[in-house]
Design a protein around this ligand. Structure first.
Ligand SMILES: [Zn+2]
Length: 114
């Protein structure tokens, strides 16, 4: 496989097995420039999944902390009560949606399973 140097002047023929599948730092043997060679799509996906992972952790932790400090927060910041009411309503709505989907599935698919 052929690698282009970042300087744009030189090309090198390198065995694929020497590079591996991930990102790797390589150096031009002529101009001594160093750069990271690798699959750009892979590294982008990796970055995206890492950001998503941290966001989910942060989101989950925020909900847990807000639940844990509910009484303290409501007594000190009364306007936060809206958040807890909205969350409660959301949980009720999800529960109702779950039952609705279950009912529809049982009514429509159930007879065919017997
Ligand atoms: Zn070079």
């Amino acid at each position: 496989m052929i690698i282009n140097c970042k300087c744009g002047k030189y090309q090198f023929d390198v065995k694929k097995s020497e590079l591996g599948t991930g990102n790797r730092e390589v150096q031009c043997g002529i101009c001594n420039l160093k750069w990271i060679h690798g699959n750009k799509l892979n590294s982008k996906n990796f970055y995206f999944s890492r950001v998503l992972f941290f966001f989910v952790i942060f989101f989950g932790l925020s909900i847990i902390v807000l639940d844990y400090l509910q009484i303290f927060i409501i007594t000190n910041i009364p306007s936060f009560q809206t958040y807890y009411l909205a969350k409660e309503q959301l949980i009720i709505n999800i529960g109702q949606f779950y039952h609705l989907v279950k009912e529809v599935l049982i009514l429509n698919i159930g007879p065919y399973l017997k």
